[in-house]
Design a protein around this ligand. Structure first.
Ligand SMILES: C[S@@+](CC[C@H](N)C(=O)[O-])C[C@H]1O[C@@H](n2cnc3c(N)ncnc32)[C@H](O)[C@@H]1O
Length: 257
């Protein structure tokens, strides 16, 4: 994003209304806001209200010439966009990272169709999609030596302890991500390292040694599959930006007429 952001949205004559699906801390969008001076409005959508309000308040202070709005919603469900005084601005959806890879393929198609309906005629989507690559590269990334992914994955157990009162020893579980080449996805699990039981409000859940909880999928796409996915979702790939190793791509999709 930092290398290519400046060339991504500099086409729309009447400005761009950028709409981010799952805006989180609205960090990646700054690359676009900093380098595309035709962005007149930014709408952040996130399910996490507190985080959303805080990030948008900060953004609105820092980018005072852009109209910033926030929608707390589940982007897989129906919701409306705010009515803004930029009727001619091109609506561009932004779905960075590779969040689309967390959907099953049919869910990703459904998401794109829904986005097209929400954004309307002449709209576009700027989508990050992780590309297929060697198993070794993928598995090293998801089992990173600094343990970042492991911490993120095992956090669900921390939350189960804190928020649901589940009684478990987290040390007896470990993170595991494996590339399922046949399906083309990273499958992430929490693996029980020994025979054990956990107690959730009197409900006992037993684990064998090596038994797994499947926590996440991350689908990888080839360039051809990106085009097919976009097409099934109602879009055509207009421009793609790849890194020098072709590990990852950001694609500008145009809604089909
Ligand atoms: C990995 S963060 C991405 C943050 C930001 N887009 C970025 O790339 O810097 C994913 C964000 O999506 C939000 N999210 C996940 N599922 C969602 C859903 N179904 N509806 C709305 N927001 C969702 C989460 O709350 C989180 O803030």
């Amino acid at each position: 994003m930092s290398a290519c952001a400046g060339s991504m949205l500099n086409f729309a004559e009447h400005g761009v209304h950028l709409i981010e699906f799952g805006s989180g801390s609205s960090q990646k969008v700054r690359h676009l806001l900093d380098t595309n001076k035709n962005i007149v409005a930014y709408t952040a959508i996130d399910i996490s209200r507190e985080h959303l309000v805080e990030s948008c308040a900060r953004l609105s202070r820092e980018y005072s010439d852009i109209s910033v709005s926030a929608i707390c919603a589940d982007y897989t469900k129906e919701f409306n966009l705010p009515k803004l005084p930029f009727p001619k601005a091109r609506k561009v959806g932004y779905f960075p990272g590779s969040s689309i890879g967390n959907f099953l393929r049919e869910e990703a198609v459904e998401f794109l169709k829904r986005a097209g309906e929400l954004l309307g005629p002449n709209s576009q989507m700027l989508v990050g999609i992780d590309l297929k690559k060697d198993r070794e590269v993928l598995e090293a990334a998801y089992n990173d030596s600094q343990g970042v992914t492991a911490e993120f994955n095992l956090n669900i157990l921390q939350r189960a302890v804190k928020e649901l009162g589940v009684s478990i020893d987290i040390e007896r579980f470990r993170h595991q991500s494996v590339y399922n080449q046949e399906i083309g996805r990273i499958e992430t699990h929490i693996l029980s390292t020994e025979v054990q039981s956990l107690d959730w409000r009197g409900k006992i859940i037993n684990f064998d040694a090596g038994e797994k909880i499947h926590t996440e999928n991350s689908y990888k796409y080839s360039i051809e599959e990106v085009h097919a996915l976009a097409s099934d979702g109602g879009y055509l790939v207009e421009t793609s930006w790849l890194d020098e190793k072709s590990f990852f791509g950001v694609h500008l999709l145009a809604l089909k007429e």
